[in-house]
Write a protein that binds this ligand. Structure first.
Ligand SMILES: Cc1cc2nc3c(=O)[nH]c(=O)nc-3n(C[C@H](O)[C@H](O)[C@H](O)COP(=O)(O)OP(=O)(O)OC[C@H]3O[C@@H](n4cnc5c(N)ncnc54)[C@H](O)[C@@H]3O)c2cc1C
Length: 289
């Protein structure tokens, strides 16, 4: 099912993100975890993709299995930073053959060695090709950055580039993680003012261990509110308490978002069924379950 239709049909939606294994040996354990998350019956699940294309086969395989064997709609990510147009054409044929209808079209981070695709500079170029090669077969999503993308100095320019992506063929946008909902509300105000009207899915990252703060939070460039800092200071050394505190923090963000009319929630569940279940439980009545 196309994600644009899922978003139209349901007032409140919940989706979970998983990542594929880097090696085939780990496939089974990742599929097991992803399958447990699928059993929670999210409206859809997304499967990420290595920037240089190194997980391409596992992304496609995991996405297909989630859809056919675990019964959940999927959004398969695809990056273009190291891809040729022929690679993309081949991937699209493969996705189509597997019955994958939704693609998150991304550029990917620029590799450390600086080597870039000769065909693709930005995600918008990939979106254009998905439309050219795939027509209406795919529902396409794009990434957006409530605090601005790290490479773009002015947020107004970042928003202009975002608008170009949407006009080229994105049906929805998913945000980078953020820990202060006011950041999202300001961003939504600015993009709506710029004429971007597609649904925006806030990406919520439950921070459940202190190492994550240094790794993913620092990399994302997200502002860390004092309330969040205090939580990590207090519970960071105790894994059980930190996990519970992180789930509660994320759940509070979600309840506030829905109360303010932001209804389509995407959770970076990081292949952790217990975290996905904890989040779901905290607002199941709001979801109508
Ligand atoms: C929801 C989400 C999911 C993600 N999933 C993955 C994943 O599965 N795998 C992965 O490797 N990475 C993933 N990423 C990370 C993403 O690949 C990086 O953030 C990357 O650096 C930018 O990708 P993009 O698609 O947003 O790029 P773009 O939209 O191309 O933007 C990149 C930069 O280029 C600028 N820009 C865009 N168009 C133009 C233009 N025409 N002229 C000048 N500048 C321009 C933008 O302002 C921005 O600064 C994800 C990010 C998000 C938010």
């Amino acid at each position: 099912m196309k994600i644009s239709d899922i978003l139209k049909q349901n007032e409140v939606t919940l989706s979970f993100e998983v990542f594929p294994p880097k090696t085939d040996a780990l496939f089974e354990s990742v599929e097991k975890a992803a399958g447990e998350i699928a059993a929670l019956k999210p409206h859809f699940m997304s499967v990420t993709y290595g920037a240089a294309g190194n997980t391409a086969a596992n992304t496609a395989e995991l996405a297909e299995r989630l859809q056919t064997q675990h019964g959940v709609a999927v959004l398969a990510h695809m990056t273009c930073v190291a891809a040729s147009r022929e690679d993309v054409r081949g991937m699209l044929q493969d996705y189509k053959r597997r019955g994958i209808e939704n693609i998150m079209a991304l550029r990917g981070d620029i590799p450390k060695d600086g080597r870039r695709s000769e065909d693709y500079l930005y995600a918008v170029d990939l979106i254009r090709d998905i439309r050219e090669f795939g027509g209406d077969a795919f529902c396409v999503g794009g990434a957006c950055y409530p605090e601005g993308h790290v490479e773009c100095e002015r947020q107004s320019e970042d928003i202009a580039h975002l608008k170009e992506k949407v006009e080229t063929g994105c049906s929805f946008l998913t945000t980078q993680m953020f820990f202060d909902n006011n950041v999202l509300y300001n961003f939504l105000y600015r993009i709506r003012e710029a004429g971007i009207t597609v649904p925006v899915l806030p990406g919520i990252m439950p921070i459940t261990n202190a190492r994550q703060v240094a790794r993913s939070v620092a990399l994302s460039g997200a502002t860390i509110p004092q309330r969040f800092r205090t939580m990590v200071d207090r519970f960071g050394d105790d894994p059980r308490r930190m996990q519970q505190a992180g789930i509660i923090y994320a759940a509070e963000q979600i309840v506030d978002l829905i109360a303010n009319g932001v209804n389509h929630i995407h959770v970076y569940s990081m292949n952790k069924p217990e975290i996905a279940a904890g989040i779901l439980e905290s607002f199941s009545a709001i979801l109508g379950r």
